[in-house]
Design a protein around this ligand. Structure first.
Ligand code: F6P
Length: 335
């Protein structure tokens, strides 16, 4: 197969417009986001030369040290999203409050939630990192532009996606009609459709969890992992493999490619914060992508997308991937 056989991102989106009625405004916004991801990818690859892989003196609202590239990626996302006349508000992992781009938000405007550079502690190690985003469309005009106005459940997302900066740069998106993956072709500068109709196999023999936290795990997590470790002779009757990249985008991409389950449960150490991963710009977009690919996404006993957010930077437990595994873990939670 040659690169001529692959649709460009724009060709694909126009085909989606015919097929499922994707709006021109959403297509233009996604093209701007794709541009932001291309620029971020380039800046990461330049990082070692220009000295941006390391930390700044600042911390973000989560109290985490910001890397120079966290700030650069955030600026790129903001700049490119702001091109869209329909973009009313931006919510970023790196910013304390909502950034309002309009004085009045109208029905049909967009709220965009993003983690501009997820897994950035991996930067100096040259291990994959990524950007994650989610888009919600306003259902009514809004005059009171408060932080509370953007606290909307994941079920309302009209689009979610991520870009993975690995050996190649991928862009994976869903607009609620399946999941499609694109690869950045350096020569043309285009994202080309290389992984159409991505699906998560229902069963798997691979799980991902930070095992160093096992002293803090709840009973359901302990039971699930113990049963995986017991292998062929255990209750699961099969051998399991374990992977942990410490970069959520890379883990989700692996699951979309060959199946598996990713777990960052709420545990006794992170419970006071509500968990580790952020709901609005990590768990919700990844939850939508995984569900659209036929998998499941849970906080441990119930669906991520149904959580009613109460805080901009709220955290939650995240268990997502192959449907059979997530169902089993949910069942252990209910017991
Ligand atoms: O957003 C936080 C993040 O970097 C995720 O990408 C990743 O899954 C997780 O944290 C890694 O956590 P830990 O440092 O516990 O391995």
């Amino acid at each position: 197969m040659t690169t001529e056989d692959h649709l460009t991102f724009r060709q694909f989106m126009l085909r989606e417009q015919d097929r499922v009625g994707t709006s021109s405004d959403l297509i233009l916004l996604l093209e701007d986001i794709a541009t932001a991801c291309r620029v971020i990818s380039h800046k990461i690859r330049e990082g070692a030369f220009v000295g941006t892989l390391g930390a700044t003196d600042d911390t973000n609202v989560q109290g985490e040290t910001q890397k120079e590239l966290d700030v650069i990626a955030n600026d790129e996302f903001m700049r490119h999203c702001a091109n869209s006349p329909r973009c009313a508000a931006l919510v970023s992992e790196e910013l304390d409050n909502v950034v309002w781009l309009k004085k009045e938000a109208k029905k049909g405007d967009y709220f965009i939630y993003f983690d501009p550079l997820d897994g950035s502690s991996n930067l100096e190690l040259n291990i994959s990192v990524g950007s994650i985003f989610s888009i919600v469309e306003l259902q009514e005009d809004l005059t009171d532009l408060t932080d509370e106005a953007v606290l909307i459940a994941g079920t309302e997302q009209i689009c979610a996606g991520y870009s993975l900066y690995g050996p190649s740069t991928s862009l994976v998106i869903t607009t609620g009609h399946g999941v499609n993956g694109f690869t950045h072709q350096m020569g043309s500068g285009e994202f080309l459709l290389t992984f159409p109709d991505m699906t998560v196999p229902a069963s798997t023999q691979e799980y991902a969890i930070n095992a160093s936290r096992q002293n803090f795990w709840d009973a359901a997590t302990k039971r699930y992992v113990d049963e995986c470790l017991a292998g062929k002779d255990g209750p699961r009757g099969k051998k399991f493999n374990m992977r942990w990249v410490a970069s959520m985008v890379a883990e989700v991409h692996r699951i979309l490619t060959r199946g598996g389950v990713f777990m960052y449960p709420m545990d006794s150490e992170n419970a006071s914060m509500g968990g580790r991963l952020r709901l609005l710009y990590e768990a919700n977009p990844m939850g939508m992508i995984i569900e659209q690919a036929g998998g499941k996404a849970s906080i441990g006993g119930s669906r991520i997308l149904e959580v009613a957010p109460t805080d901009l930077h709220q955290r939650c437990g995240v268990i997502l991937g192959s449907a059979e595994e997530v169902d089993l873990i949910d069942q252990y939670y209910s017991e």
